[in-house]
Every structure is written in structure tokens, then in C-alpha cells.
Design a protein around this ligand. Structure first.
Ligand SMILES: [Zn+2]
Length: 114
């Protein structure tokens, strides 16, 4: 259940951002989460709703964009996605992960104080 602690840390960083920038309300939070993070979006949304209930973030919408895993071959430079551990071009196992580790706030929609 690391979704709950994730939701808590998102909420607490949002609360401090909100204070710092003087936002009236956070309307929507869009996250990018890589497949390697093994986060269940529905659980994270539910956890976020739960941890923000009764706080100044209550009602903020969480939307999640899944980022699939992709690798780049260190030998031939080819890129591929999915679970294949070997480069489909040259069969090398020298790969680096170029996507799938994301865990970031992509954008926020807020209401400014009037
Ligand atoms: Zn290769």
C-alpha cells in the first residue's frame, strides 16, 4: 500500500506550494507515473481523496498519466518498450531505462487568489 504514503507526500507538497504561491484552491493535479513505480492509479486516486478530505485540498482532482517502460541499448542505440530484457536489434543485454521511472507532477490547475 505505498499509494497511501505517496498520496500523503503529494498532498503535503501541494499544501506547501499552495501556501507559498498564495493559491486559493487546487482544482486538478496531473501526475506522470512510470510503470516501474508499480502504482495502481485507482488506489492512488482513492488514497489521495482520503488524505485530502477535510484539508484545504479537499475536492482537488487527481489525474494520472501512465508512462510505459522503455529501454535504450548501450551497444547499438536502439530503443524498445515492454518487458523484453534483451535488445531486439542486436541481442545485447546492456540497456538503460529511459522511461518508466517517472513520478512527477506534470501540471496543476489552480485558482488564484482574487
Ligand atoms: Zn542493441
Amino acid at each position: 500500500m505505498h499509494e497511501v504514503s505517496l498520496a500523503e507526500s503529494i498532498a503535503s507538497s501541494l499544501i506547501s506550494l499552495k501556501k507559498e504561491r498564495g493559491w486559493e484552491r487546487v482544482v486538478e493535479v496531473r501526475l506522470r507515473i512510470g510503470a516501474l513505480r508499480q502504482v495502481f492509479p485507482e488506489i492512488l486516486c482513492f488514497a489521495f481523496e482520503t488524505v485530502t478530505k477535510g484539508t484545504e485540498l479537499e475536492g482537488a482532482e487527481l489525474s494520472i498519466e501512465d508512462v510505459p517502460i522503455s529501454f535504450r541499448c548501450r551497444d547499438c542505440g536502439g530503443c524498445w518498450g515492454g518487458d523484453d530484457p534483451l535488445c531486439p536489434e542486436c541481442g545485447s543485454m546492456h540497456r538503460e531505462t529511459v522511461a518508466g521511472n517517472e513520478l512527477e507532477i506534470e501540471s496543476l490547475e489552480v485558482e488564484e487568489q482574487t
